[in-house]
Write a protein of this length. Structure first.
Length: 291
């Protein structure tokens, strides 16, 4: 079970470690001082996982829910996954109680990683102020890249919401909410509903009308709030054991010509890219619910 306190302790250690390292923005500022508008920096990490937030109230990205596999340091060709039995499958002894016994096992090649990109337009001469330019790269460009990464993981091509095999749940059944019903269904499959992705409007509406969100978090559920999930829906599942994020372990930031329509007026622009893709090992342990 993914405990909230354990996650906080891990993140605190990550924050402490990162304070000892130059930020991605600092590295790009130094490259810009040397190469001007030809500056480009290649990083041997995924830079959306390299910044710390100064917010007093934490708000976590989707990547924090998943086990990330850095393919540059842990190369792999395949991954395993399961699927629900078909209607024609022979009955499996014991599957009436332990449903997962009837699941089918599969081996598949790791799918091609997707490119996630973000752009910012740099105000004239901002690069002449190194501290401000570093902050701009870190907390504007990379924060926008984090939002783009959320889209890749959650709702983009190959995102969790578009994964085959994940059921939709519209009725709460015997429970007070579909979220609690989904948590129960995951446990009936032998897993643990350790995470949820929900739109902020539904999170705060639930907070204003009862204790559901507090109860879920007190029970160890890791909740990500993001507008990238449609209002009125949420994704509930066993993120700790049921999905993985395959990651190239590299990134780039550079000045470049943006695609037409990126900005309303011409000007120097900086882009950042990362390369990754989410896979689901246990689709039977995830539900898209109607809140």
């Amino acid at each position: 079970m993914l405990k909230t306190e354990g996650v906080k302790e891990t993140l605190a250690q990550v924050v402490a470690d990162r304070k000892k390292e130059p930020s991605p923005g600092r590295m790009f500022v130094e490259a810009c001082a040397k190469d001007g508008l030809d500056a480009a920096v290649e990083y041997d990490v995924t830079i959306t996982d390299s910044l710390t937030s100064s917010r007093r109230k934490p708000r976590y990205p989707a990547r924090n829910m998943l086990k990330a596999v850095d393919l540059s340091r842990d190369p792999r060709e395949f991954y395993w996954h399961e699927s629900a039995p078909s209607a024609d499958d022979a009955p499996i002894e014991g599957a009436d109680v332990r449903r997962e016994l009837a699941s089918r096992f599969h081996k598949s090649p790791i799918p091609e990683l997707l490119t996630t990109t973000a752009w910012v337009q740099v105000p004239p001469q901002l690069w002449e102020d190194p501290e401000t330019f570093e902050s701009f790269i870190n907390y504007r460009l990379i924060v926008r890249l984090c939002t783009a990464e959320n889209h890749t993981i959650i709702s983009g091509e190959g995102g969790l919401l578009n994964m085959p095999g994940i059921e939709r749940m519209t009725s709460p059944g015997p429970f007070t909410s579909t979220i609690l019903r989904a948590c129960n269904e995951v446990e009936q499959m032998g897993g643990t509903a350790d995470g949820m992705i929900i739109n902020p409007v539904d999170y705060y509406r639930a907070m204003g009308t009862g204790r559901l969100m507090d109860d879920l978090e007190q029970n160890g559920m890791f909740i990500v709030r993001t507008r990238l999930v449609e209002p009125g829906t949420a994704l509930v599942g066993d993120f700790g054991h049921g999905a993985q994020l395959f990651d190239a372990g590299r990134s780039v930031i550079r000045f470049a010509e943006p695609p037409p329509g990126t900005f309303s007026e011409p000007g120097a622009a900086v882009m950042a890219e990362i390369y990754e893709r989410v896979v689901v090992n246990l689709p039977t342990n995830f539900f898209v619910v109607t809140v």
